[in-house]
Design a protein around this ligand. Structure first.
Ligand code: SAM
Length: 285
């Protein structure tokens, strides 16, 4: 929420972060949500939806690399990827770095987010929307996966928080739809909030995934503008082995992928699945 020359995030009532607004680049109420993109001296260009920080130029690489390279390198032979949400194009940029990927479908509910991020956050997508492997669909991600006849090796849900349009992407129907979209050995990963601040979202996601996926877990990365602790990513597949590769296997696959990163390393890949005691206790593990 804008107050004078400052932006106040309203994700949490009792706690929050604020940014100086050096310049508002775009602000509107789209068909689905309030969208603002502004310049900030510390984080560069910042995009927020409905009062929730979505992404910043300064720290986006952490989140986009971890939500993309962990499942793709763990899978080891992914050819087709489905991205749900991801309107800023950061996930799409990272997925298309993998030459082994043959097709990407991206299902984003709000065309304005895509257009405004192409314009004001061009480095996020860095031309990925023009990649011939990419099929952009403007639709609700839950409707898409429920009705989808195609199959994908990796599904990445890069959604807003479970408020407003994003709420649909944290439902059992969505997770069941994702399970139906996955090939044998396929992997689902999702944005699942900051576990210290949103622990109930971790336990709720785990219970909602459980009827459809034999193996469920979470992994973490510290993203400064997702405040209050580590960003937690949900992980689901039918085979625990894909989550538990040795560091040697991940190193080999990362070297073969021949991609440059600024955060992701094979060591962080393996280590990111180590969860704090309080999260394990909440999950009954
Ligand atoms: N990295 C951010 C985070 O962790 O909160 C998410 C970034 S991305 C901008 C989130 C995208 O999800 C937005 O573009 C939003 O329009 C999209 N979205 C929200 N609900 C959706 C739905 N039901 N179907 C498809 N896309 C949706």
């Amino acid at each position: 929420m804008v107050q004078g020359d400052r932006y106040f995030e309203t994700l949490h009532n009792a706690y929050g972060q604020q940014f100086s607004i050096d310049k508002v680049l775009f602000e509107s109420r789209t068909e689905h949500q309030h969208l603002i993109i502004f310049d900030n001296a510390k984080f560069g260009r910042v995009m927020a939806l409905d009062g929730m920080i979505q992404t910043t130029e300064k720290d986006e690489f952490i989140y986009h690399e971890m939500l993309t390279h962990v499942p793709i390198l763990a899978h080891g032979n992914a050819k087709r990827v489905l991205i749900i949400g991801g309107g800023d194009g950061g996930i799409l940029r990272e997925v298309t770095r993998h030459q082994s990927i043959e097709h990407v479908t991206m299902v984003e509910i709000d065309a304005s987010v895509v257009e405004m991020c192409k314009t004001y956050l061009p480095n996020h997508s860095n031309g990925a929307f023009d990649d011939p492997r990419v099929n952009l669909v403007i639709n609700d991600g839950r409707d898409f996966v429920i009705n989808c006849q195609d199959k994908f090796d990796v599904v990445i849900s890069d959604s807003t928080d479970p408020i407003g349009p994003g709420e649909a992407l944290f439902t059992s129907a969505f997770y069941q739809g994702c399970a139906n979209c996955l090939t044998e050995g396929g992997i689902l990963v999702t944005q699942n909030g900051v576990c210290f601040m949103q622990l109930d979202e971790v336990t709720t996601t785990d219970s909602r995934l459980s009827p459809y996926f034999a193996d469920r877990s979470f992994y973490r990365a510290a993203v400064p503008t997702y405040i209050g602790g580590d960003m937690t990513f949900a992980w689901a597949s039918d085979n625990a082995a894909v989550r538990q590769h040795s560091i040697e296997v991940i190193r080999q696959r990362f070297a073969a992928a021949n991609i440059e990163t600024r955060w992701y390393t094979p060591e962080l890949h393996v280590g990111s699945f180590a969860l704090p005691r309080y999260v394990l206790d909440a999950l009954g593990q």
